[in-house]
Write a protein that binds this ligand. Sequence first.
Ligand code: GLN
Length: 198
Amino acid sequence: MVSGTPQIGVLALQGAVAEHARALQAAGAEVRTVRRPEELEGLQGLVVPGGESTAIARLAAPVGLMPAIAQRHGEGMALFGTCAGLILMASRVSDAEALEGFDRIGGLDVVVRRNAYGSQLDSFTDQLDVQGLNDPLPAVFIRAPIVEQILHPEVEVLAEAQGSPVAVRQGRMLAASFHPELTGDHRLHQLFTEMAGQ
Ligand code: GLN
């Protein structure tokens, strides 16, 4: 039975796991970490964190976690991917060589390019106008992917930076090319917690 408090998982293979868990708890979710397919059972939502998409895809492969997440999403589990998570959710990655041979989640109808804003030294912060939020959202970009193309009219652009989409939503998928868990502003986690609970 679905209780009033959404149960949200954080994929915990690599990357910014604890920060997401804290932000989700602050947004009122009940949080657990996920490393194996059976841990997806009963979740209304899952955060796929930033970190390194190639590392996450490699660590997920032995237990078939990427296809299991895609299947649970098909059954209704909401997804929130940030940075590397966006790369893992995109239906197309234009420079996918390093990910070749490894399953991703897919399903989000965008084309992304990894590390498109430059190297680690080119990380930057911005204040974003986000659709549905009253005040600008602080955003930290770290070796961020760029959304090169939107492939389906169902994909809503919630925010842009430097002329490209940086936060998108499609059905029960939310994705951002930045790290919303690294600031004290948890409004995107709040939005996702509401999405997951619906
Ligand atoms: N560049 C990383 C990748 O390709 C993503 C960076 C991040 O998640 N901060 O996975």
